[in-house]
Design a binder for this molecule. Structure first.
Ligand code: CP
Length: 308
């Protein structure tokens, strides 16, 4: 069945996840060629509607769309009539009249991309909504893990940090579990939900979490801007208890573990500078894979001619 939108990971079936990840591999091969473009979305338009800041996701979608030969329009929220009080509905109705084929949307409110998807015939891709979902980040994380372990079922991923506010933790743990990967959370008790339908293993002590035997240590950015109250005493305390310090990096190296991070990183908080040069850091791989996976997503949602 054709899918119009990608709003979250929960609604993706296993077969769709496999297809999206398998399809990303040939797109990645394209990056080694002198001409990195294919005509798959020639004549289609992709509108970037980012109400929240983004470096990686925004540029990655833009590069992905251009490598598929789509036309990209950057909707400048800061200089649009939104600043004069225009509602999301009015904005979308205006964009609908322009017959754009895709809308890539990031917004601080959970569920907003789903509302937009109902208002438009364009394919809507959620590029991160509040603490709800970040499906393309999850897919690129899964792709990056599968590059190291093509059959990832049974592998273990420890997600460390601010789970409570993290759409990445929510989406990435969901996709990994669908692939049979074991996931656990580590962080201060105030930032790691105690209950939930996912029943994810939960640690508040670094050494106990490492004794669980992860293959990947996935560090999250501490999101100071989403913390309405103080969840831990100080950044220094957080780094000491949960950060990858130089001593912990040596343990991670000795065990041959991989480190991942969705970015942007807070040096001196969730990791020390040396992590960026660690030979098993996959942080740059995640960025590169993001383009291939987003090409795969756009190609998967590709509208039929004249449908939009
Ligand atoms: N990983 C991620 O979403 O990064 P940006 O906020 O820079 O897009």
């Amino acid at each position: 069945m054709a899918r119009k939108d990608l709003l979250d990971i929960v609604s993706l079936e296993r077969g769709e996840i496999d297809r999206l990840l398998d399809q990303a591999a040939p797109f990645k091969e394209l990056f080694t060629r002198s001409v990195k473009k294919v005509p798959a979305l020639k004549g289609k338009s992709v509108l970037m509607l980012f109400y929240e800041a983004s470096t990686r996701t925004h540029s990655s979608f833009e590069v992905a769309a251009k490598r598929l030969s789509a036309d990209v329009v950057n909707f400048d929220v800061a200089h649009s009539s939104i600043t004069k009080g225009e509602s999301v509905r009015e904005t979308i109705e205006t964009l609908q009249a322009m017959r754009t084929d895709f809308i890539i949307v990031r917004h601080r409110n959970s569920g907003l991309p789903g509302v937009i998807a109902k208002l438009t015939k364009a394919s809507v891709v959620n590029a991160g909504d509040g603490a709800h979902a970040h499906p393309t980040q999850a897919l690129l994380d899964a792709f990056t893990i599968k590059e190291k372990f093509p059959e990832p079922a049974g592998r273990k991923v420890l997600i460390v940090g601010d789970i409570l506010h993290s759409r990445v933790a929510r989406s990435t743990s969901t996709v990994l579990k669908k692939l049979g990967v074991e996931v656990a959370y580590l962080g201060p008790g105030t930032l790691v939900p105690r209950v939930g339908p996912e029943q994810t293993r939960r640690f508040t002590n670094y050494d106990e979490a490492m004794a669980w035997g992860p293959d990947f240590v996935y560090l999250l950015r501490v999101q100071m801007e989403r913390q309405d109250v103080q969840y831990f005493p100080s950044v220094r305390e957080y780094h000491r208890l949960y950060g990858v310090t130089e001593t912990r990096l040596q343990q991670i190296r000795d065990r041959g573990l991989y480190i991942m991070h969705p970015g942007p990183v807070n040096r001196g908080v969730e990791l020390c500078d040396a992590v960026m040069d660690y030979e098993r850091s996959l942080i740059n791989d995640q960025v590169e894979n993001g383009i291939a996976v987003r090409m795969s997503v756009l190609y998967y949602l590709k509208p039929e001619s004249g449908e939009a």
